[in-house]
Design a protein around this ligand. Structure first.
Ligand code: T5A
Length: 220
């Protein structure tokens, strides 16, 4: 894990966990610590990535093959990393990304059942060891998350999947958090927005303090 500023932070979770609702809070917390923040999302974040996002989220007459879906996720991601994420980090900005590669392990791995090793090979080929420094996993029981998004209106191609798909996604996320517990921090997202943000702030404060202690501001 890199422990210097700038940070690359991802926010993850299954449908309706509150990622979008909390990204702004994370951004403000980082800004209060003096970080310039680049907020972005996956799939998307670049002109080509946003076009690929439309293909991925739209419902099509004939279904998208699972392998095709996996490859499109990584195609969008490579474009995003090279055009947006790495350049922002190189300028000294913090990058805050709504979903990253963990989502592929959870949705295409857990949800669609694609072999973990195949995703891992693709990750290695396209990104090498490039990973977020810190990941906030907003965890919520599937039924609660689905209830929240149904209130919001029309559902996209992923959101119409059945409950068992999202149970597998959730369980894959929790397995990742267990395996990478230094990087991935699980937040109980079923609580009120205020309580969720208190948990997020505690994780961010801990990480930013550690990083600042190791890399103090220059005195000049
Ligand atoms: N995908 C993505 C893959 O399959 N593989 C990949 O590699 C990647 C990167 C798009 C889809 O792409 C898939 C996964 C996704 O299905 P997305 O745009 O991130 O990804 O879409 P969603 O997960 O669908 O995002 P949502 O907007 O549905 O969920 P959020 O952002 O988690 O939830 P949010 O903040 O919009 O909140 C939903 C509702 O709940 C309320 C909000 O007000 C809102 O109405 N809410 C709360 N209510 C009560 N208490 C709280 N604590 C609340 N927090 C939020």
């Amino acid at each position: 894990m890199r422990t210097r500023f700038p940070f690359f932070i991802s926010v993850e979770g299954s449908e309706g966990a509150g990622k979008t609702s909390n990204v702004n809070f994370v951004k403000e917390t980082l800004q209060a610590r003096g970080c310039k923040v680049c907020v972005t999302r996956e799939p998307g974040g670049t002109a080509i990535g946003e076009l690929l996002r439309e293909i991925l989220l739209e419902k099509h007459e004939k279904p998208i093959n699972d392998q095709t879906e996996l490859l499109i996720m990584f195609a969008a991601r490579v474009q995003h990393v090279e055009q947006v994420i790495k350049p922002a980090l190189a300028k000294g900005e913090c990058v805050l990304c709504d979903r990253f590669t963990d989502a592929t392990y959870a949705y295409q791995g857990g949800g669609r059942g694609i072999d973990h090793d195949r995703i891992s090979a693709l990750e290695k080929w396209t990104l090498g060891d490039f990973k977020p420094d810190l990941t906030l996993l907003l965890d919520i029981p599937v039924a609660v998350g689905m209830q929240r998004i149904r209130k919001r209106g029309e559902l996209d191609r992923f959101e119409v999947e059945d409950l068992s798909f999202f149970e597998r996604v959730r369980s894959a996320y929790l397995d990742l958090a267990n395996k990478h517990n230094e990087r991935i921090h699980t937040i109980d997202a079923s609580q009120t927005l205020e309580q969720v943000q208190l948990q997020i702030k505690a994780v961010l404060d801990r990480h930013l303090d550690l990083s600042t202690a190791k890399h103090p501001e220059p005195s000049w």
